[in-house]
Write a protein that binds this ligand. Structure first.
Ligand code: NA7
Length: 520
């Protein structure tokens, strides 16, 4: 049986950088990757319009000054193909591919002193340390069963590499989260007809994407060190500075102008218009009303505008979407909105989609229905810790982790951006680099010894994660942050809402005090 010092699962942003760091420690590492290329989420999500909602310069590695200097992004927000090219470049530049086994899914991992993993290729490999760089979403798409539909079906997170020719086709898109909201305007431009099946109306803000401004790019690169240090200390890991003022203390005019200014600037920074949008219901309502007004002003048919307007959750409590022409797309003659709240989905028939209002004949069904987020990618692997305990059993009532980095009883297993860490509430690259650096520092410190989280420290961290979430409006929404999108999944707020700056300080303090809360 092949023996390694460490095994990494996944070759996306997290796995690639982890491999690079562990090589720097002189470790012999094996990476397993289910796809036949690097990229993780950017390998799988190839649907039309797939684009990052974090500005491209900020959504890139900071660990190498040279890498930063030599790579040029073409747009303010990078498209999926460009991000994938970037990660291919990183893999080549740091000669990472020789330690990655592609088309190889880790099916199980069992601890007995070290870890033994089994793969879809029938291999068994052992290593002292196991690092799950499985991402938060992409490895666990949720696809319903379709018994007899005549046409093609595609999940946005498993889009065919060769693309899908939708010209002249009648297309159903199911789901209006970030993926649907990005894909629908693009699909509407080529398809003969699009029917959008909406269960929950969502808040979306304009991206204001455009070509990269060379002067801005130069400024960013020239001031790279300072800018990156600043980003690491913020709440979100983004460069943008949230307005520290309260929306409630601002007068109506000042409030409106702050919203208007951020709306015009574009992007998720809209939620930083004021400091209290995610903690005060009244402040949140002001922001939500502003966006509702924008939807009404954009969508010409008032009945459609009303259906597209969200009322059932605070703005930002579900992942806010960032779009290019989403609401305006419903003014096109070839786009129709089917509201599943008034006419619920009954079944997929041979010729299309039937709701209680009737059948919608279509040629292609696009599922933009999301993922079993945060826990799914880990629990899809049969992971067994000390005494053969399955992680699925330990997490039956929700994930239990210490700092989102380890789970007690699963020694030497590290999770990058695991549940209980800022992950999806932050700029993922900032969080990934922080976790990778922390894990590398920990492994250097361990020097081959075994580490496990203390159950008491884990319980205290879990209580803290829940307590902080409880101060916010996040738990009010039926979101994938809460596990609410997967039937039967425990309703637990999964990411840590305390912010990357505070979280980093906490992780550093733990390391500096000899890994308090862990047993070595
Ligand atoms: P999301 O954000 O989970 O969105 C999924 C959408 O699909 C959402 O509108 C759901 O409605 C809808 N959905 C899910 N299941 C169904 C069924 N059974 N019937 C009808 N509609 C359904 O996934 P995305 O891929 O858009 O985004 C995931 C993240 O990727 C994104 O936030 C970024 O971080 C990147 P619901 O709201 O549950 O009523």
């Amino acid at each position: 049986m092949l023996q390694k010092d460490a095994i990494i699962i996944g070759a996306g942003f997290a796995g690639l950088y982890m491999l690079h760091r562990l090589r720097g420690l002189g470790m012999d590492v094996q990476v397993f990757e289910a796809g036949d290329g690097v990229g993780g989420t950017w390998y799988w999500n190839r649907y039309p319009g797939a684009r990052c909602d974090v500005p491209s310069l900020e959504y890139s590695y900071s660990f190498s000054e040279d890498l930063q200097r030599e790579w040029a992004w073409s747009e303010r927000y990078a498209s999926q193909p460009e991000i994938l090219r970037y990660l291919d470049h990183v893999a080549d530049r740091f000669d990472l591919r020789r330690d990655i086994a592609f088309r190889t899914r880790v099916t199980s991992a069992a601890f007995d002193d070290g870890w033994t993993v089994e793969t879809s290729q029938g291999e068994r490999v052992t290593a002292r340390y196991l690092i799950a760089a499985v991402g938060c979403l992409a490895s666990a798409p949720r696809v319903p069963d379709l018994p007899m539909f005549h046409g093609a079906t595609h999940h946005t997170g498993r889009w065919p590499h060769e693309g899908v020719d939708l010209a002249g086709k009648r297309v159903a898109v199911i789901g209006t989260g970030s993926s649907g909201i990005q894909a629908i305007p693009e699909i509407a431009q080529v398809a003969e007809h699009v029917t959008v099946f909406q269960r929950t109306a969502n808040f979306s803000v304009p991206a204001r994407n455009g070509p990269m401004d060379p002067a801005y790019e130069k400024w960013f690169k020239d001031n790279h060190g300072e800018i990156r240090a600043g980003m690491r200390a913020t709440h979100s890991g983004l460069m943008t500075t949230p307005n520290p003022d309260s929306a409630l203390s601002a007068g109506p005019e000042a409030r409106l102008s702050a919203f208007e200014e951020r709306w015009e600037r574009g992007g998720i920074a809209f939620l930083g218009s004021f400091s209290d949008l995610l903690v005060s219901e009244e402040a949140n309502t002001a922001a939500a009303d502003f966006v509702r007004g924008k939807i009404r002003a954009t969508v010409t048919e008032s009945r459609v505008a009303e259906k597209l307007t969200p009322y059932d959750h605070p703005i930002g409590s579900k992942r806010i979407c960032v779009d290019t022409g989403y609401y305006a797309t419903f003014n096109r003659p070839n786009v129709r909105l089917a509201d599943l709240r008034t006419a619920p989905l009954e079944e997929f028939t041979r010729y299309g989609v039937r709701t209680t209002a009737g059948e919608h004949p279509v040629d292609v069904i696009v599922f933009a229905t999301g993922f079993d987020a945060l826990t799914g990618p880990l629990l899809n692997i049969d992971i067994r810790g000390k005494g053969g305990l399955p992680l699925r059993d330990k997490w039956a009532a929700g994930p239990k982790t210490y700092l989102g980095l380890m789970s007690a009883g699963f020694p030497n297993l590290f999770t990058i951006t695991g549940p209980g860490s800022p992950s999806v509430l932050s700029n993922m690259i900032v969080s990934i680099e922080q976790h990778v650096d922390w894990i590398a520092g920990c492994l250097a410190h361990l020097d081959g010894r075994t580490i496990d989280a203390d159950p008491a420290a884990e319980d205290a961290w879990g209580a803290h994660v829940a307590e902080v979430a409880g101060y916010t409006l996040f738990p009010r929404a039926d979101s994938w942050y809460m596990g609410a999108n997967v039937p039967g999944k425990p309703r637990v707020f999964l990411p840590y809402v305390g912010g990357v700056g505070l979280y980093r300080a906490r992780c550093e303090e733990v390391a500096a005090t000899g890994y308090a809360g862990f047993t070595i």
